[in-house]
Write a protein that binds this ligand. Sequence first.
Ligand SMILES: Cc1cc2nc3c(=O)[nH]c(=O)nc-3n(C[C@H](O)[C@H](O)[C@H](O)COP(=O)(O)O)c2cc1C
Length: 727
Amino acid sequence: MTISIWRYSHLTLAISSSIFILLATLTGIVLAFEPVSNQLKPYAVKNADTFSLSKTIENLKSEYDDIISIEMDKNDFVIATVFTNEGKNETFYINPFTAKKIGNLIEKAPIFKFATNLHRSLFLKSTGRAIIGFISFLLLLMAITGVLLIIKRQGGKKHFFSKIIKEGSNQYYHIIIGRYALIPLIIITISGVYLSLEKFSLLPSDKNVHISNKEISTEASKLNMTDFDLFKSITLNDIECVEFPFSNDVEDYFVLKLKDKELYVNQYNGEVISQKKDGFVTLASSYSMILHTGQGTIIWAIVLLLTCFSILFFMFSGFSMTFDRRKNRIKIKNKFSKDAAEYIILVGSETGSTFGFAKVLYNALIAQGKSVFVSELNTYSSYKKAAHLVVFTSTYGDGEAPANARYFEKLVRTIPQKNKLQYSVVGFGSLNYKSFCKYAIIVDALLQSHQKFIPNLSLRKINNQSFIAFKNWVDFWSKSKGLNLEIEKPEKISHSKLFKVINKSKINSDHSFLIELEPTQKTHFASGDLLSIYPKNTHTERLYSIGKIGNNVLLSIKKHEFGICSNYLNQLKENDMLFADIKQNKAFHFPTSAKEVVMISNGTGIAPFLGMINNENHNHIKTYLFWGGRTKESYQMYSKHIDKAFYNKKLSGIYLSFSNEENQKKYVQNALAENEELISRVLKNKGVIMICGSITMRNGVLETLENISSSKLNIPLNMNQIKTDCY
Ligand SMILES: Cc1cc2nc3c(=O)[nH]c(=O)nc-3n(C[C@H](O)[C@H](O)[C@H](O)COP(=O)(O)O)c2cc1C
């Protein structure tokens, strides 16, 4: 069963019951304070629970005219109902050691009365009780589907408690809190359902009956009740209630309600006349009440209170996630039918974002007058005129197919294809998962083994929906098809912000330059975010990794001979203005809690790190920078920022590698291998390694890190410690 089935069940249950759950939870929060406030009242007497019943009776007898009942309530307060010496019938809390009254019975506060009525029956009597019972059941089902959802997304039962990969705060805390709140939530819902069934007499009745021990002795000799062995041996902790006989008639007896049974006791000699053990149904009712209300235990009442708060958070975060998912869903209206199109784009997506990339390619092809058809992998079919197939697919669970691609493999094997199609597969995944883009790998292998599909470009894996990496692939792909595709600006980007050029360096021997831009309005961003630029008169977006210097944006740009954007930026002068937009890239922000950080980059990939070491390393986390360039001269441009960080003790080491210096040719990978002690220590101490620059460099670096981890630490590289932003 796939993740989406559980998600839909979970969501449907949530939507269908949300209003009632909200009411029950809010009133539950109020009611959780009742046992807490009761327990805080000063009627508990130290060690009263170990005091014998016999002594309690003796004390009461000396203080009052007659005793009607003694009760130990859920808060462990002792309640006595007596006739006072003035002949009044009164009920109050007593101190059993002195039998003195210590307070009047607590009256339920109006707020608790109101909340109880709303919580139990919505002020709708039996109908309301039935609704609430049913909602409790739905909440139980939600907890169960939630567990199944976590198991699925974590890739199996044994990973239930493994580290959760943070895709967003709502999703992350929904799962983290869900794991903590699970047990209390199940207890609350089961006990709630049980109490409702009890109210509607839908539970089997207790079969246990009173079993009489002996005939009632009518012998005249009468013992004093305080001398009864039974009363001497029973403590207040054992009893729930003792009812005294109404008359002196020997047939009238004491009724002792204990924790697990009821006894009738002869009022003349203290013998047990008959007893009834509580059956399962009675015990379960009593425990359900305690567990559902938290009566008598502050700690459990607080657990219930926190669980209610977590339900509120589940509602908020759950609906926010659904809302975001829907927002991401992109509809593509096909201009051509599947049999009329030359280009087929098939998409595998769980939460919709991959469709955004498909739409960008679709629009670019349509703009060039091509016939294109886009659909989901699950709708794979035969295509009469198609010559090119592009598959964009994400990966879910533990390397599984996304929801709309489940049947693709089967369809490819069963549906005959008339034409031969050139195909390319692009995987959208995340390096945080150990099966990076695994489903794309499966699809690529499947198509490779199929006679009707001819490979065009090799599989491309894209991490974290990197638009730069995607753009890069589109350039390759369009060249391979003899096209010159212009990727149109994605719909969601608005180019509303104006930036002023503050500084621009000269071009260095690597054909790179630094440019510093000042936002003209208040703008929130961090190093590692991306600046999206559309050069004048083009629809082509360029994304650059930002280094934040003060409140300014620092970019490191490589000027390409025919690069539209790099040439556009290069011709800008101080005080020139340009429109651009900031795209958050939280996955590549400087870690705030790591012990040590290693930054690895080549070429212009250094830009975000220049910002991080100066602007974001507030806690002086030990940070080491590895950088690879062509020559020593290429480094000069960055040295000012590096020196400043060293001076402020925000950088602990720099390791430079030059690929074009005579006699000392070196790449960043070599520098990493030379410093394997440092790297293995950082990996071992749960440090973070950040990589920014070219994909070729990233691949080489990951291979070196993998080698260091397995040779020095005897464990595979933990991808959760790696953050990348490569293109
Ligand atoms: C629960 C979950 C499991 C994931 N599992 C993997 C995985 O095993 N391998 C991978 O490369 N990416 C994995 N990802 C990342 C997604 O594939 C990636 O974010 C993708 O861009 C989402 O595209 P979509 O919104 O079109 O589904 C997972 C994401 C989530 C939320």
